[in-house]
Design a protein around this ligand. Structure first.
Ligand code: PLP
Length: 419
């Protein structure tokens, strides 16, 4: 199935989701970006240059690892992991950022801006800008700047200017709005490096294209290792870029089931989660340049979201997933913070793997389902990132008293906000 064949539908729409909802003034810039992207996508030398860059700079292809211990302990399916955690800067984000860097060069622009929540995308963008010699400004909510010091430190030392956004709740959503304002004011020389498969067309398609390298590699590697395709593929879903990346290796295979794992936070009904599709809590709306399912109230105001994994803590979802979910092509599940803690412990102890808290959401669902599958069946999990960045969060989470204090504080905060 080619989800990017728009010959029968409207360009940039997946069913009724996606589109471009931007102020008039940005249309020329978006058109210019779209034209350049179409050229790059049609040009095999561009893709070759992209693959070589990732091979020589970021360590691709990342391996696929068989988890023999965990598979045996669970007693069901054989579990394999795609190791995008082994990329430079620690996650799949570098795939998208390097691709957009090459594209920016073709556009003839010399300045890049980006939004960031936890700082991972800002860190990757600052790295890319240093490598390509672009000026770089990163917008980050002031609350996030305070709680993500290590990433701010690296961004600044890589030569980027980090702007602490003081508007609204001073988190990711406000950073995106501020970044858009910068783009409007500086579109002649500036490219906006959006960090996930969301936002106005062509970003969902473009980010998906760069991340498809995960799925293309994984398909070949798994066939080489086992002679078979996986029965199920699991990936965590924040904005949805690593998941659509690995899923694209298997979208045309009817016998491969695709499972997206969202942030269940404190659980269904708690209102403190980011499980837009799995908990069926979201509704269709237009925000931040595109149409998709958002966690919002009846007046269309965006909800607070929560996850132990900052990278999954977002109100909206990839418009392609809204469509594939309705089509029954991708199943969505959620993992709670508590389950993530337990799965992380298990991964560390049985396999010596330290997945990022985001990626651990995919492990939760896979670990839950593997025992009921046959021993000759195959599971593939995308390990989108490594857990080094999470050291302080994990240390607190694995300390039972600190964890209880954290949960109580969150619940108090929620009650106060409601009153
Ligand atoms: C940012 C991030 C995510 C979430 O983003 P997607 O666009 O949904 O992939 C997942 N895993 C890691 C390690 C991240 O840094």
């Amino acid at each position: 199935m080619d989800i990017f064949d728009f010959s029968e539908g409207r360009e940039g729409y997946y069913g009724e989701y996606g589109g471009v909802f931007l102020p008039e003034i940005l249309h020329a810039t978006i058109e210019e970006l779209l034209a350049c992207f179409r050229q790059c996508k049609a040009d095999p030398t561009f893709w070759r240059e992209y693959v070589e860059l990732l091979q020589n700079y970021s360590g691709r292809p990342t391996p696929v690892t068989h988890l023999a211990n965990l598979s045996q302990q669970l007693g069901g399916a054989q579990i394999y992991v795609k190791r995008d955690d082994l990329n430079h800067t620690g996650s799949h984000k570098i795939n998208n950022v390097m691709g957009q860097g090459l594209l920016c060069k073709r556009l003839g622009k010399r300045r890049v801006i980006a939004e960031t929540g936890a700082g991972q995308h800002g860190f990757a963008t600052a790295t890319m800008a240093a490598r390509f010699g672009f000026d770089c400004k990163i917008y980050m909510g002031a609350v996030d700047v305070a709680r993500q010091r290590p990433n701010v430190f690296w961004m600044e030392n890589l030569g980027a200017e980090v702007i602490a956004v003081q508007d609204g709740q001073r988190t990711l959503k406000d950073a995106i709005n501020e970044c858009m304002r910068d783009w409007v004011a500086n579109m002649d020389d500036t490219h906006y490096v959006l960090g996930t498969a969301c936002g106005p067309h062509p970003f969902p398609e473009m980010v998906s294209w760069f991340q498809s390298i995960i799925g293309l590699e994984a398909r070949e590697q798994l066939l080489g290792l086992t002679g078979k395709l996986p029965d199920r593929v699991y990936a965590c879903v924040g904005g949805g870029s690593n998941a659509i990346g690995i899923f694209q290796g298997f979208l045309s295979d009817d016998n491969v089931e695709l499972i997206g794992c969202e942030a269940g936070g404190l659980g269904a009904g708690s209102n403190l989660h980011a499980a837009r599709l799995a908990y069926n809590d979201a509704s269709v709306g237009v925000a931040q340049g595109f149409k998709t399912y958002f966690l919002q109230n009846d007046q269309g105001n965006m909800n607070e979201t929560h996850s132990i994994a900052a990278g999954l803590d977002y109100i909206g979802v990839n418009p392609i997933f809204s469509y594939l979910w309705e089509q029954g092509k991708v199943r969505f599940e959620a993992a709670t913070d508590e389950q993530v803690k337990d799965a992380l412990r298990l991964c560390m102890r049985t396999e010596g793997l330290i997945p990022a808290l985001e990626s651990t959401h995919a492990f939760v669902t896979a670990i839950d389902e593997a025992p009921s599958m046959g021993r000759d069946e195959i599971i593939l999990i995308n390990q989108s990132g490594r857990g080094d960045k999470d050291i302080f969060t994990i240390a607190d989470a694995l300390d039972d008293q600190k964890w209880k204090d954290f949960i109580c504080a969150k619940a108090d905060q929620y009650r106060q906000e409601k009153n």
